[in-house]
Design a protein around this ligand. Structure first.
Ligand code: IPE
Ligand code: IPE
Ligand code: MG
Length: 244
């Protein structure tokens, strides 16, 4: 889609962003504040994700992309990594009913082969069984890194014998092939960086950073972020809307 067309769509009166990306950050600090282990923060983070996905679906967001585990998160203590993988297993084991009820497709961005065979099977099963639902799409970024995604795309292109390359064609080699670029990035948790997230896709994404920790990031906080998004003038390098 051309930037101009994207802009027109994004400016549709009161319409929600078509695609929201979220960096679900702050679980550990949320737990620490309560004297709980970091893993309790991750468990609360999963609940916050369920709530956010349901809400985004309700307000008509077509694509929701969440950062669940980065290529850098393997650096964390083994027990924490194992706890996160355990939570993912639990979530995916329970996800099918909800996906059917909400008619939501579940997709994954990232190299799943680094995960346990059981977790890989759950991911593939959820993706396969939900692939024809028409109510919206949730992309879970798992063992995902923006640079890793770009390098893999370049390798796929090279393996095809380096055909004539355009931006559009390059995008077709990414995990996000076929998904429009995010309109809005939300990062809760107080950090103002993108931590290797959707580097290619966020060329013109509006970014909203919040100090609220992810487990506390409820529907009201999503509304606030969308309100900020609507107050922005997306120029895409053009002169944009001129004030009278
Ligand atoms: C985000 O919360 C979850 C993952 C990275 C898996 P954190 O665990 O990074 O929480 P903080 O940033 O330490 O508070
Ligand atoms: C980004 O959060 C990754 C996820 C939320 C999955 P991090 O907590 O890993 O990011 P940094 O380390 O603060 O940049
Ligand atoms: Mg963090």
């Amino acid at each position: 889609m051309s930037p101009r067309k994207q802009k027109e769509l994004a400016e549709g009166a009161g319409s929600p962003p078509r695609h929201i990306a979220i960096i679900m950050d702050g679980n550990g600090r949320w737990a620490k504040k309560r004297g709980l282990p970091r893993t309790a923060g991750h468990a609360a983070g999963v609940e916050s994700f369920r709530r956010a996905a349901k809400y985004c679906r309700r307000i008509g967001v077509e694509y929701l992309t969440v950062y669940a585990f980065s290529t850098e998160n393997w650096k964390r203590p083994l027990e924490e990594v194992q706890a996160i993988m355990g939570l993912l297993k639990k979530y995916l084991g329970e996800a099918l009913e909800g996906l059917a009820a909400e008619q939501t497709r579940l997709c994954f961005f990232g190299d799943l082969t680094a995960l346990s065979p059981e977790l890989q099977a759950l991911c593939l099963d959820c993706a396969e069984k939900s692939k024809n639902y028409q109510g919206g799409q949730v992309n879970v970024c798992l063992n995902y890194g923006g640079r890793d995604e770009i390098v893999r795309a370049a390798k796929k292109w090279a393996a095809e014998g380096c055909p004539e390359l355009t931006e559009e064609r390059f995008g077709s080699y990414l995990w996000s092939a076929g998904v429009p670029d995010p309109d809005l990035l939300i990062r809760p948790g107080g950090e103002t960086r993108i931590s290797n997230y959707l580097l290619w896709q966020m060329a013109y994404t509006e970014m909203v950073f919040s100090d609220v920790l992810w487990p506390d990031f409820d529907e009201r906080e999503i509304d606030k972020a969308i309100e900020i998004y609507h107050s922005r003038n997306r120029r895409y390098g053009d002169v944009g809307k001129q004030e009278e």
